[in-house]
Design a binder for this molecule. Structure first.
Ligand code: SF4
Length: 740
């Protein structure tokens, strides 16, 4: 029967609404949902490829078990029995410190995973927890945690109302935005200008986002922190600081003036490559704009001073009076959360990594040190690794070394829809269903959204395999010692009951004192993820409170509104979310102040690198996920090294020639793309490429493999406050063809 299904695209943080036309039980067409009040019909080229991903013949439909070096199909029973046997043996021989888990970025884009991954991590009982956050946004969590008390107290730019946006290390024209959920982010940027506002982009490349901006300011890779602190220094020196409405909620203003004082525009100019007058102009514009927001993303985070830069972004938002006000940087409140945050102030370093002593952050260790933990013998050596929806063999630093380390593990399990560069090392691969076989709700990105919006996505097709939620519950049962045959319904039911009981025993909860059995019965007969979701929504600040507010939000209400519900623009709420020890915004957290001498020392050095490597985001890629989709891989070669014409001429590199790019950790060969859109002294290679390894089964990706830029990045180089890998600003050499 023909039908239309509306759902949210799970392929990036923009969360666009899709209209999916199904004919004869196959997708005929996917287009933007014009009636979705948040995305209003916008989609990018990736959004329509959910069909190709679902139908991809390379997508795994049965579990695989590795025998004699190659994978064979297996039943689910066989696969879980083998996992239970090997898990038990390794724990018995070496203890739980021999276990590790890596959680990839797609986990936050799926309801099943956001609900199922935490219990799995907890059940493992190990400190060896690694995620994609430490090759991405961990600096933002740390700076938010230290300033505002909670790592998810992340302010987002109020794109639709701001008069001035200063954007660093972000390219929403390709990425569609990150840590700021906004469908049609590019359109929202253009509207800033069309309503008379101003967009300033700071980036080593003249990206598409920079090209449409009022001003592009090229910056030396890895130096955003210096530029941002120089802006703050100018604001203090010229007495342009204004906390506006939240002065009573902030502490440390004098200390801020003191710590930024050495970072004058002149002092940082050689380091950043930005002339002092430009810095002063931007500082004055920021201060003078009726409203303004500073927004930094991956280019500011994946560098040696990522946390300092991330803090400096919000320090600027604060001292220009733009924090927590319309048009400035505001704090979203996801519908499934209570109206205010509770809990203890954020801490890091509760434990340290065994080999290099890196501090724990957010319950995890830097993925840059995963290879160390696998390769280094001794008590606590990682012998069993579970990977859920991740491809660290391509996406984490010094990945050539990590690949060898994965092969040396005693046992590895991968939950993944593909036999890719990482899962090919797994002893057991458990296939995750396609996005169209799942229901969905964005628990993560509703907390980063520039408008208050909720939408639920039903399954488009019945799953033919095992739901990922059940896969995760079964792994959790094995980790808890319940064996491969444990009843997943029993475990899921017990954990749902635990959440209900916690709610009814909380005197501040809307269901305080009510009968848990009654609450459970009101959740009806649904799959477990939907029951959890309904519970969270009804207990959240917009929820119906199980009858307390009959007009309030519930899953049923979202089902009755298939295009989603727009609750309007963000509202000031800083006073509700601060959970610092003092109850105030800590403008200068001591941990961050203690890292400033390291930055000053760097600034004092004369740069001597010939070329610095940076990454590159591409519209038709999403990390390494989508390279097996033919329609996205068409066209000219995208995995190129971009180089400025002056550098190319100096090095004898012609456009299109294959060149060798080498760093301290490795080398790759790929075509050169000579373009004036990249600064002198900088080269750029896109990330997520390097397919076609023997043993992988991704036919389309293997035909256009590209090179893995993480062969060039260094596993020993991290931002010390967050543990985030340094993936930008890597010293490299480029060698022309005759010398290759
Ligand atoms: S912008 Fe992101 S969410 Fe929107 S269609 Fe593209 S991939 Fe999907």
């Amino acid at each position: 029967m023909d039908r239309i299904v509306y759902r949210t695209c799970p392929l990036c943080e923009a969360t666009c609404g899709l209209e999916i036309e199904v004919v004869d039980d196959r997708v005929r067409r996917i287009r933007g949902d014009m009636a979705n009040p948040f995305s209003a019909g916008f989609i990018c080229p990736k959004g329509s490829t959910l069909k190709q991903l679902h139908e991809d013949p390379d997508r795994l439909r049965t579990p695989l078990i590795k025998e004699n070096g190659s994978h064979r199909p297996a039943t689910w029973e066989e696969a879980f029995a083998l996992i239970a046997e090997r898990f038990g043996a390794i724990v018995e021989a070496h203890g739980r410190s021999a276990l590790a888990i890596y959680v990839g970025n797609p986990n936050v884009h799926q309801l099943d995973n956001t609900l199922g991954i935490r219990p799995l991590i907890k059940s493992l009982g190990t400190q060896n927890v690694f995620t994609a956050s430490t090759v991405d946004q961990m600096p933002k969590h740390v700076s938010a945690g230290l300033m505002f008390g909670h790592p998810l107290n992340i302010p987002v730019p109020d794109l639709d109302r701001t008069d001035y946006l200063l954007m660093l290390g972000a390219n929403p024209f390709e990425s569609n935005g990150s840590l700021a959920t906004a469908p049609d982010f590019p359109g929202r940027l253009e509207k800033i200008r069309s309503r008379g506002g101003k967009l300033v982009v700071v980036d080593p490349r003249r990206t598409k986002s920079a090209a449409i901006a009022d001003r592009w300011i090229p910056v030396r890779p890895g130096t955003d922190a210096g530029f941002l602190l120089a802006l703050a220094q100018v604001l203090f020196q010229e007495e342009r600081v204004e906390l506006d409405g939240f002065a009573d909620l902030a502490e440390g203003l004098d200390r801020a003036a003191e710590v930024v004082a050495p970072f004058t525009p002149e002092a940082v100019a050689t380091f950043t490559g930005i002339d002092p007058e430009t810095t002063r102009e931007v500082a004055r514009e920021l201060a003078a704009a009726p409203s303004a927001a500073v927004y930094g993303r991956i280019g500011t985070h994946t560098v040696s001073f990522g946390t300092v830069a991330s803090w400096a972004v919000d320090l600027l938002n604060a001292i220009t009076g733009n924090l927590d006000r319309p048009g400035g940087a505001m704090f979203p409140l996801a519908a499934h959360l209570p109206p205010s945050r509770k809990g203890r102030a954020f801490r890091t370093g509760r434990w340290h990594s065994r080999v290099k002593g890196f501090p724990e952050v957010l319950g995890e260790l830097p993925v840059a040190t995963l290879a160390d933990e696998i390769e280094t013998p001794g008590e606590g050596q990682v012998r069993l690794l579970i990977i859920v929806a991740g491809n660290p063999a391509l996406t984490t630093p010094d990945s050539g070394r990590l690949e060898k380390a994965l092969e040396s593990l005693e046992f590895m399990v991968s939950v993944d829809p593909y036999l890719n560069e990482t899962s090919l090392h797994a002893d057991v691969v458990l296939p995750a269903p396609s996005a169209l076989e799942r229901s969905h709700y964005d628990l993560a990105f509703t907390g980063l959204s520039v408008r208050d919006f909720s939408a639920y996505s039903p399954q488009v097709f019945e799953g033919t395999g095992m739901a990922e939620f059940e896969i995760l519950v079964r792994l959790t049962a094995i980790a808890l010692g319940m064996g491969a045959d444990a009843d997943p319904d029993q475990l899921a039911g017990a954990s749902l009951m635990a959440v209900v009981q916690e709610a009814v025993s909380n005197p501040e909860s809307v269901v305080a004192g009510r009968d848990p059995a009654e609450i459970l019965s009101l959740l009806g007969d649904r799959p477990w993820p939907e029951k959890f979701l309904d519970l969270l929504l009804r207990l959240g600040h917009r929820g119906d409170g199980f009858g307390a507010d009959p007009a309030g939000l519930s899953l049923a209400q979202l089902e009755a509104n298939p295009h989603g519900i727009d609750f309007g623009p963000l509202v000031p709420r800083l006073h509700q979310i601060l959970v610092t020890d003092s109850g105030k915004v800590d403008l200068v957290p001591e941990q961050i102040a203690a890292d400033l001498p390291r930055l000053l020392e760097q600034i004092g050095r004369t740069p001597d690198e010939e070329l610095l490597l940076i990454g590159r985001r591409q519209l038709r890629s999403a990390n390494s996920w989508l390279h097996n989709v033919e329609v996205l891989m068409k066209g000219k070669e995208r995995c190129t090294v971009q180089i400025n014409p002056d550098d190319a001429s100096r090095l004898g590199v012609a456009d299109g020639a294959r060149v060798k790019v080498a760093s301290a950790t490795g080398q790759v060969e790929l075509p050169a793309e000579v373009t004036a859109d990249i600064s002198r002294g900088v080269v750029s290679i896109p990330y997520g490429w390097g397919h076609g390894l023997a043993g992988s089964r991704m036919v389309v990706a293997s035909a256009r493999p590209g090179v893995n830029t993480n062969i060039l990045t260094d596993g020993g180089s991290i931002d010390p406050l967050s543990g985030n890998a340094v993936l930008n600003g890597i010293p490299v050499t480029v060698t022309a063809p005759a010398q290759v």
